[in-house]
Design a protein around this ligand. Structure first.
Ligand code: TTP
Ligand code: MG
Length: 375
């Protein structure tokens, strides 16, 4: 029996999830000692500016990511607003990934400050994933002057939940033997795929805790949530077989702009489209990326949003190829005074059947970037 258990244990994967603490704000503090201990946010200081992140001092006042700067100032009168410096954040993100690569190349970036690492087989032959997590945290601290939180477990779901558990500067390990006990403490909204709407649906059925979710049969969950039902059933049991997928190839490059004033005149929208195209071409060039699918995103003043895409045979790399296609996509979008436009984004992505030959021949680390993220 003991041999059987030992064998089972050996088959468990060892996964680490790392998430930097207050990432943009921490980098700003690193570069400016005067910001130490102060309530700061990173974002554009304008009427329409949005908080990218807030220091913990600011969070105490209720300031948080995605809030308007105006509201943040109201909540925290002494708030300092720092203009974002994305190039600097990417530079630090690359250095963090260089530290990860000392242990494994099986790294899945989730965003600029967050990644999964599969260290089951690692370059240093270290047995305990928790030892690797400690070393990574120490290197990030000693070499870069920043703190990270780490979660360690046998699957991505629990590693991610663990890294959130003791933030900031946390380390939390969920051993397979303790997984169910750990899950029992959690609310359903702590699980992946349980957003606000799903949480409300579950609450209406009297299901608030993961423990209660586990009592539901697979057929009930599948009937209520379709394909997600199976996932909820598995997650409640600590089952998540999804692999850590190393991404050497970028999936997309995009950029977007929130206008100083909402636009309803087509001529103004076309001028903005021109500027966004130039910025997109600049980003494509810098990242050595080309794709075949162009996507236009339009967000209206009432925050409704539409996207329009087209795929073409020619790689989309230059203004001369992208701008005419972007205008074609714009034709498919409503523009009028009763529905003014607040934000427009343009992105190029790869088609799944067209591999990124450029990147395959010249592997390079991905700069994690969410398509169209309002960051
Ligand atoms: P997060 O990891 O979500 O947040 P954080 O690192 O600032 O704080 P925490 O300690 O809770 O992890 O996001 C990483 C960075 O991404 C964040 O520093 C700024 C940026 N970001 C935005 O620009 N907009 C957003 O809405 C969010 C959530 C993050
Ligand atoms: Mg973070």
């Amino acid at each position: 029996m003991i041999n059987f258990i030992t064998k089972m244990m050996q088959n468990y994967r060892k996964i680490i999830h790392i998430d930097m603490d207050c990432f943009y704000a921490a980098v700003e503090r690193l570069d400016n000692n005067n910001l130490a201990g102060k309530a700061i946010v990173v974002g554009h200081d304008s009427d329409r500016g949005v908080v990218s992140t807030a220091s913990y001092e600011a969070r105490r006042y209720g300031v948080h990511s995605a809030q308007s700067i105006r509201m943040a100032k109201r909540l925290c009168p002494n708030l300092l607003i720092i203009e974002p410096r994305f190039e600097r954040y990417k530079e630090i993100s690359n250095k963090i990934h260089n530290i990860f690569h000392r242990y494994t190349d099986l790294i899945e970036p989730i965003s600029i400050d967050e990644a999964f690492l599969d260290v089951t087989q690692n370059k240093k032959g270290i047995e305990l994933a928790s030892d690797i997590a400690k070393e990574i945290k120490a290197s990030i601290h000693d070499e870069l002057g920043l703190t990270a939180s780490a979660g360690v477990s046998y699957c991505k779901l629990l590693a991610k939940i663990a890294s959130d558990y003791n933030k900031p500067d946390g380390l939390c390990i969920i051993h397979p033997d303790n997984a169910i006990e750990f899950l029992d403490k959690l609310k359903v909204e702590d699980l992946w795929l349980v957003g606000h709407k799903t949480a409300l649906e579950l609450h209406s059925l009297g299901i608030f805790k993961v423990r209660q979710l586990r009592n539901q049969s697979l057929s009930t969950l599948s009937r209520l949530f379709g394909k997600r039902g199976q996932l909820f059933y598995d997650y409640a049991r600590g089952i998540d077989d999804s692999p850590v997928e190393a991404r050497n190839d970028r999936k997309s490059v995009s950029c977007e702009s929130t206008f100083a004033q909402d636009l309803s005149l087509k001529s103004n929208v076309i001028i903005e489209l021109y500027h966004i195209t130039l910025e997109l071409v600049n980003r494509l060039d810098k990242s050595d990326f080309s794709g075949h699918t162009l996507t236009l995103k339009v967000k209206y003043a009432d925050f409704t949003q539409v996207t329009r895409s087209l795929t073409c045979a020619t790689p989309l790399t230059s203004k001369d190829t992208i701008l005419p296609l972007a205008k074609v996509l714009l034709q498919k979008v409503e523009i009028n005074a009763s529905h003014p436009i607040r934000l427009m984004g343009l992105g190029v992505s790869c088609c799944d059947d067209k591999p990124q030959n450029k990147l395959l021949s010249k592997p390079k680390q991905e700069e994690p970037q969410l398509p169209f993220a309002e960051y």
